[in-house]
Design a protein around this ligand. Structure first.
Ligand SMILES: CC(C)(COP(=O)(O)OP(=O)(O)OC[C@H]1O[C@@H](n2cnc3c(N)ncnc32)[C@H](O)[C@@H]1OP(=O)(O)O)[C@@H](O)C(=O)NCCC(=O)NCCS
Length: 311
């Protein structure tokens, strides 16, 4: 048997903040943000918290998978912006969904969190311990964003993405993976004592431009695949220039890469499942496609998965 994705879903709050809106708050311009990052607008969850967005994305993924909340064995929520330090978002989600037999825990691996969640889920399913696992990436980054800091406030947004994982046929599902960390780079992206995010953009950029292609190529090699075998790439949506670097190294054309950064900005752990879910719903990912999911983030952390789509 294989271990794969049975269904996907995502949720974004309705409030849109455009680059022009940000021009009124900090010394920036629509032109700078578009050309340096690829972002045009982002969503902000004023009256919702991370667990609320996780709930809506999860409902959609469960429906897509045809799995009832009572059938879930485990809930993993990747987030760096939990509603509160404890209880976990995954426990809040367990209650909201009525997932009566599910165990629940949060995963803290920043923007690579969803990849860590997926691979954790894979182990439980492979051993036969669990059958259905809900993996969610959900973030309310607006609450840790300093809206007076132009270096960071233009980059982030709120949202959630989810996947129900379980058994799929032998030749489908996850073909290979890579997870990694380098704590010595923690100083480049962290939460300050004042509760706001701090970032050394240039250092993170250099790391990401190297790591995304490297991890993607590593998972292909582990799966015995070539660059040419990749049908679709779902990269973390941090900066269009980082995404394009990965695209070029893999020799992938723009139509074969998930791109939602212009609408949503960087949603940390939610970016990959949101981009995956939109791509599936838009018909860009089809049965039997080889896809690569790849992310990087604070920690530093990174993760990539090669996957044959379908059940
Ligand atoms: C943050 C990032 C967009 C900055 O782009 P960049 O091209 O590297 O820009 P630089 O950092 O070299 O800054 C260039 C200038 O633009 C300025 N600038 C920064 N933010 C700005 C903004 N929003 N509007 C206008 N100017 C801005 C800087 O102050 C700097 O000015 P200076 O040269 O006078 O000091 C880019 O480094 C990046 O995307 N890094 C990775 C971030 C990331 O992925 N984070 C999340 C990881 S999960």
């Amino acid at each position: 048997m294989g271990v794969g994705v049975l269904g996907v879903g995502h949720y974004v709050p309705s409030k849109i903040v455009t680059n022009l809106d940000l021009e009124k708050v900090v010394d920036t311009s629509d032109e700078w943000i578009r050309t340096r990052t690829g972002i045009e607008e982002r969503r902000i969850a004023d009256d919702m918290d991370t667990s609320d967005m996780a709930y809506h994305a999860s409902l959609s993924a469960l429906e897509d998978a045809g799995v009832r909340p009572e059938e879930l064995d485990l809930i993993l929520v990747a987030t760096v912006t939990p509603d509160t330090a404890f209880p976990s978002v995954s426990c809040m989600l367990q209650e909201k969904l009525g997932a009566v037999k599910a165990a629940a825990m949060d995963v803290s691996a920043a923007c690579a969190g969803f990849m860590y969640g997926m691979i954790t889920a894979k182990q439980f399913i492979e051993t036969g311990s669990y059958k259905h696992i809900l993996v969610v990436g959900a973030e309310k980054l607006s609450k840790i964003t300093d809206w007076e800091d132009r270096n960071t406030c233009v980059l982030f947004g709120d949202g959630a993405g989810a996947a129900v994982m379980g058994e799929v046929s032998e030749n489908k599902g996850i073909l290979s993976f890579e997870l990694g960390s380098n704590g010595s780079g923690g100083k480049h992206l962290y939460l300050k004592d004042d509760g706001f995010l701090a970032m050394n953009g240039r250092e993170v950029f250099k790391f990401a431009v190297r790591q995304m292609p490297e991890s993607s190529l590593n998972v292909l090699e582990k799966a015995g695949l070539q660059k040419e075998d990749v049908d679709f790439l779902v990269p973390h949506q941090a900066n269009i220039r980082i995404m394009e670097a990965a695209m070029e190294k893999l020799g992938i054309s723009e139509e074969r890469m998930a791109k939602v950064i212009q609408k949503y900005g960087n949603n940390s752990s939610a970016s990959i499942p949101m981009a995956l879910s939109e791509s599936v719903k838009d018909g860009k990912i089809r049965d039997n496609d080889v896809i690569v999911l790849v992310g990087f983030g604070a920690g530093l952390t990174w993760g990539a998965v090669a996957l044959r789509w379908g059940r």
